[in-house]
Ligand binder design. Structure first.
Ligand code: ZN
Length: 139
């Protein structure tokens, strides 16, 4: 793991949350992106080397909608930057962590992402992410 890439926060209303986090951080979010396959709209704020990712459900069966229904708004996941996502997935699997998918998926912010089940990490949903570059696209 290289660093904390971002902290994901589940919100009911991303426009309202953008205002709250804009006021909190003292500057605006720099991008908004919908990931249809994950059922989320995201917005990103930079914070030094890390980011804050706000997540709003795009449909009632989105994992974010289910999360908010069960636990309310709040911290949803912790994302770590990795240099080789497949190697990290293998390492963590060998360590006994439960991965939510066998292969990395395309996530928001031009990243390949993979998640570990929260029960593997003391109740925290952990995301691994790696920037998608030209080399990876050829695989
Ligand atoms: Zn994330």
């Amino acid at each position: 793991m290289v660093r904390i890439e971002h902290i994901g926060i589940a919100v009911k209303d991303i426009a309202a949350a953008n205002k709250v986090y804009g006021a909190l951080l003292g500057y605006e979010h720099y991008k908004t992106e919908t990931v249809a396959s994950e059922g989320v709209t995201t917005s990103f704020f930079r914070c030094g080397e890390s980011k804050i990712e706000l997540l709003e459900a795009t449909s009632a069966d989105s994992p974010i909608a289910k999360f908010i229904e069960k636990r309310g708004e709040g911290i949803h996941h912790l994302a770590f930057y990795v240099n080789d996502i497949r190697a990290e997935m293998k390492r963590l699997k060998d360590e006994g962590f439960t991965l939510l998918s066998e292969e990395p998926k395309r996530g928001a912010d031009n990243k390949l992402v993979a998640f570990l089940h929260p029960r593997s990490a003391n109740g925290v949903l952990v995301e691994l992410c790696q920037e998608i570059d030209a080399e990876l696209m050829e695989q």
